[in-house]
Design a protein around this ligand. Structure first.
Ligand code: SF4
Length: 338
């Protein structure tokens, strides 16, 4: 399969007045053409910093320390800021959690969708207008020509998110990054936006990275999932692997905290107890050890490598070692060494 993106051993830190925060501690993954990858984890897991590194949008204190970000063969870590500007919004589109922070309140929706088409694609105003109407219609905005003349405050939350998606897609990016795109929306609109993203993947064959703290959000849209914890990948696999054969106690915790829509009894959601690690002083061993009820001595002494379960499925947990105690996963259908 053709790879659109390949990240190799990415390390990103923030240099604050209290010291170096190792937000991403060495992360490798890829995205194939036309596939959707979910990146899931709590806040502070490194998922958004990984994406901000990829877009080279880190703030002044942030720095990529090491690694490669190969997009269509070129290393985004090495190219100039000018070249990067051509990649952002043109070859890689991005949608954020709150469209109001990305949409400019003083320009019409139409002007904002047309701008990258004129700037990056060199389209004439009329061509850009027609293309923008087409995009608004593709993302399900009724009366698109009329909507082009309106301002962001005249759109509902769901409509604004649709407009943002239209904006991100208008230059036909090869990769679309969506960072918590549905968090600010109510459940019905959330379902519609996720349905729209699935549709886009099929219709435009765009590769998608969907970043979220909620495993439930990626279930229906993504082909593969990276679970991140403490700035590292805890588990990676197909969506089926993660849901039916999860191999990491942190993934179990995330799965346990998803409400079960099919359940007929009132079940209490089980949050993951404890706090994420302090990345000013990252633990030597497994970053999840302090919260893990299966932690062994080795977990505090050594960082677990990614154990390969299948060529597509790996987990950074010592319980996957052939000599580890056999423990039945409390969620999904799988277990260790069974
Ligand atoms: Fe728990 Fe050890 Fe596995 Fe980390 S490596 S998740 S501490 S069992």
């Amino acid at each position: 399969m053709e790879r659109v993106l390949e990240i190799k051993d990415l390390k990103t830190s923030f240099f604050t007045h209290v010291g170096e925060v190792k937000a991403v501690g060495g992360v490798s993954f890829y995205v194939n053409k036309g596939e959707a990858l979910g990146i899931v984890g709590e806040s502070g897991s490194g998922k958004s910093v990984t994406m901000m590194s990829l877009m080279r949008l880190l703030d002044d204190t942030g720095k990529i320390i090491d690694g490669e970000i190969l997009f269509e063969g070129k290393d985004l870590v090495k190219i100039s800021e000018k070249e990067m500007e051509k990649v952002r919004g043109n070859e890689i589109g991005m949608i954020f959690q709150d469209p109001m922070t990305s949409l400019n309140p003083v320009f019409t929706i139409g002007d904002q969708i047309m701008e990258p088409l004129i700037k990056h694609r060199g389209l004439k105003k009329k061509e850009a207008f027609d293309r923008s109407v087409q995009m608004l219609s593709l993302v399900g905005i009724p009366s698109p020509e009329k909507r082009m003349q309106q301002y962001p405050h005249e759109f509902s939350g769901g409509m604004r998110q649709r407009a943002m998606i239209a904006m991100a897609l208008c230059c036909e990016p090869k990769l679309l990054i969506a960072d918590e795109p549905t968090t600010a929306l109510d459940v019905t609109i959330q379902a519609q936006i996720l349905e729209l993203m699935k549709d886009i993947k099929v219709k435009l064959n765009t590769s998608i990275i969907l970043i979220t703290h909620d495993l439930g959000v990626v279930a229906d849209v993504c082909d593969r999932i990276n679970v991140m914890y403490g700035g590292l990948i805890a588990e990676t696999g197909s969506t089926k692997d993660i849901f039916y054969n999860p191999r990491h106690p942190y993934t179990w915790g995330l799965l346990n905290s998803i409400p079960n829509a099919e359940s007929t009894i009132r079940e209490k959601l089980k949050p993951i107890e404890g706090q994420p690690p302090d990345l000013l002083k990252p633990p030597v061993g497994c970053p999840f050890a302090a919260r893990c009820k299966y932690a062994m001595k080795i977990c505090e002494q050594q960082r677990p490598p990614l154990f390969e379960i299948t060529p597509e499925h790996s987990s950074a947990c010592f319980l996957n070692h052939p000599n580890a105690p056999k423990i039945k996963a409390p969620v999904g259908r799988g277990g260790y060494n069974e």
